[in-house]
Design a protein around this ligand. Sequence first.
Ligand SMILES: [Cu+2]
Length: 136
Amino acid sequence: MLLFLTLACTSGDYAHDSGETETCGVPGETYSDGMEKDGATYTFALVSDPSPPDKGDNIWTITVTEGGAAAEGLAVEIEPFMSEHGHGTNPATFAATEGDAGVYTGEPMDLFMGGIWDITVRAGDDEVSWQFCLEG
Ligand SMILES: [Cu+2]
């Protein structure tokens, strides 16, 4: 499956230029532990293992709050996607399980290639997205 995705990726409209030293066409966001994003309802704080996110398996822990209070009992999932390449991962989404109140830890997700990853975190009806450039 990894080979198939890689081939599908390089045969699309976008192909990696092996002569380039830049992995990503755009810089992506600068990661820091606990960085926050506001959705329509909730605030999402991200901690990635590894820190910063890197190629290979990544486990994200998301702390979800509403008005400063832990948002408990939500269905939380994470969906990585490479919009420059038009593909995601296999599986496409990863469930995140609540440990401490409002703290959701995702299954390991294999970000299997370098480039820009758009990673959406959904909680209930709300969502936010992060965009990180991973080195190839
Ligand atoms: Cu790709």
